[in-house]
Design a protein around this ligand. Structure first.
Ligand SMILES: *Cc1c(COP(=O)(O)O)cnc(C)c1O
Length: 340
């Protein structure tokens, strides 16, 4: 009994093509749980899009399904179990790592990452200039810049970073960027026509058209309860008459408790208790929707199923019926993916 991801294949692929068309030189990013689709499926789609390069998050995610080059986004470190080969492009964020890679005898392909306001990884402007003098032994494929999400300061920051890159006089004109709007990308492309900008895109590409995706859970069981009846692992009692509904999907799928939808101050809580609401009884909003409404967990999700509480008066779905679930795609594992 499954938590299933349904993909409207034609609509999803149309969307992929539109995003790829809007962002010339796109480098599709596939990492982690493969944005809910799995890494192998994304590699196949990247191939289908006809791109020459894709990116993965880490070395262990390098698969064999993609024909072109694969950029590893996590910077190479001496302690990484790295994979080497003609199709692998390593990210380098420290001069000592550049020296280690240059000391190999197989000319690894690399990009030099320049640190940004993200402060995650990368070289300073000064080290980028020094790197230009230490490239014997590696094949420089480009520069990498990772900016914060939707930041209003990105345009000004990109100007400064591009100035550093120009000043470093590196033997490459390719710059891999992340999280820039198409408008900013277009502006940069016209300000720096000699550079080749390569946007690395994950979420907007794979998950940009949520209407093409539907997550559904199966109703596994239901039990009518009266006020005061005990249920569940913790011997809780029903605060009023209703139905305990058992649905597929639990902690193993990444189904978790969400923060209460309304405020959670003491004043809010007091107001809810005064209203006699079910959330005041300790029931928390679940990601499961029945008749268009988020229903409450009767208790925290179990490993592979969850218990919901439906107050009397709400339609009780049949056993075997599927109900919609709103999940974070990057944090959910599906039992099955069905692409139409
Ligand atoms: C994950 C990642 C991306 C893609 O991020 P999305 O927000 O999913 O598009 C791009 N660049 C880098 C360096 C990343 O780590």
């Amino acid at each position: 009994m499954a938590l299933t991801l349904y993909v409207d294949g034609a609509r999803w692929r149309d969307h992929l093509r539109v995003v790829a068309g809007d962002q010339p030189g796109i480098v599709p990013v596939a990492k982690g749980n493969g944005y809910g689709f799995g890494l192998a499926r994304l590699a196949t789609q990247a191939d289908w899009l006809g791109v020459d390069t894709m990116a993965v998050g880490a070395y262990h995610e390098l698969g064999s399904l993609f024909e072109g080059s694969v950029l590893v986004l996590t910077p190479w470190r001496p302690f990484e179990k790295a994979v080497f080969g003609d199709h692998v492009v390593h990210t380098v964020g420290r001069l000592e790592d550049l020296r280690s890679l240059a000391g190999r005898d197989d000319m690894p392909r690399i990009v030099l990452e320049r640190a940004t306001s993200m402060r995650r990884h990368g070289l300073t402007a000064h080290d980028l200039r020094r790197a230009a003098e230490e490239l014997d032994g590696v094949a420089l494929d480009g520069i990498a810049l990772h900016l914060p999400l939707r930041s209003p300061g990105s345009a000004a920051e990109m100007q400064r970073l591009m100035t550093d890159i120009v000043a470093a006089e590196l033997p490459t004109k390719r710059v891999y960027v992340s999280h820039l709007t198409s408008a900013l990308l277009a502006r940069l492309a016209s300000s720096y026509p000699e550079f080749e900008l390569r946007p690395r895109v994950g979420t907007e590409l794979w998950l940009g058209d949520r209407g093409a995706l539907r997550v559904r859970s199966t109703v596994l069981d239901s039990h009518q309860v009266e006020r005061g009846d005990a249920f569940g692992y913790h011997g809780r009692t029903a605060p009023r008459a209703g139905t305990i509904l058992v649905v597929s999907g639990g902690t193993a799928h990444g189904i978790g408790l969400e923060a209460p939808s309304s405020g959670s101050s003491w004043r809010d809580r007091a107001a809810r208790i005064a209203r006699g609401g079910l959330d005041a009884a300790g029931f928390v909003r679940s990601p499961y929707l029945i008749d268009g409404k988020h229903r409450l967990f009767a208790e925290p999700p179990h490993m592979q199923s969850s218990m919901l509480f439906l107050p009397r008066g709400v339609r009780v779905p049949e056993i075997g019926e599927e109900v919609d679930v709103r999940v974070r795609m990057t944090a959910t594992t599906f039992d099955e993916t069905i692409v139409s």
